[in-house]
Design a protein around this ligand. Sequence first.
Ligand code: AHG
Ligand code: MN
Ligand code: MN
Length: 335
Amino acid sequence: MAALVTLSEFIMERQSDFPYASGDLSRLLSDIGIAGKIINHKVNKAGLQDILGAAGKTNVQGETQMKLDVFADDTLLNAMQWGGQVAGAGSEENEKYFAFDHEHCKKAKYVILFDPLDGSSNIDVNVSIGTIFSIFRRKSSIGDMATVNDFLQTGDEQVAAGYIIYGSSTMLVYTTGRGVNGFTLQPSIGEFFLSHPNMRIPEDGSIFSVNEGHINACSPGVQAYVSWCKASDKKTNRPYSARYIGSLVADFHRNLIKGGIYMYPGSSKSPEGKLRIQYECNPLAFIVEQAGGKASHGNGRIMEIKPTDLHQRSPLFIGSLKMVNKVEELIRTLG
Ligand code: AHG
Ligand code: MN
Ligand code: MN
């Protein structure tokens, strides 16, 4: 039997990849793992919560019931604040970033951005959801409070990124720029074990994931690509299969393992699409590139965008290298 490696053991082992590492990033990743377990615990009894809670807003213990995305947001913010490894946090759920004023946070080297619960529309219907995070070295001086510029860096400046998927099993997948590794939660003992070492996305795939309901409002290039995915061609294994869960994390995770492309293009109504650069696009872009795939906004790399707003959106085409190349080519020629 191969030796079991826990998330904490793996993080500690990898610390030596960074010769001058002080262990702060390792501690930060461990804190995220713990927050993930707390959120997982709550997500797993999402249906029960309603049954156990009284008709009003309190459950049997008299605790106020919270919406799961608010619970996930609070859990992560608390873990980050008390962990003391970040100077501040930006969250999809909050208009403004938080600059933590505890002395130990002001001395921290990093800031974090996260989508506490991705796939909100699937929370109530027992379909996979997730948490996405992105970590940067701060731009402001150590010892001061975090400032907005800490949260407006390009994806290329990320030092680590990852996600936790609450699915048929719970997994944590992350990168620090040296490949991608996946860990599966063993629920009975509450420990993440290395289950997917050195993840690589197939260079080509046969799954396309897009909300086709909006296709008529998309650009000719995007429409042409979707038609191309559906056209028959034995040599290239078409027609491809359409798979769209509606939770980016879950669609992305499946495509990462099986090969495929996820698209959230701009439309005439929302030219910048729906997904947020800092909470959704950048972290998954870092992971996919580290796994050998590609992430594009249609005309170039996601991670080169310099955001000017905390909640900025971008079209996203992400997944297997050849598939993203093909959609970019059609957008280039047809618009
Ligand atoms: P969130 O729940 O964090 O707001 O994100 C939802 C996102 C993403 O997870 C998903 O792929 C996409 O919205 C689905 O959007 P449509 O319903 O427009 O297809
Ligand atoms: Mn989301
Ligand atoms: Mn969300």
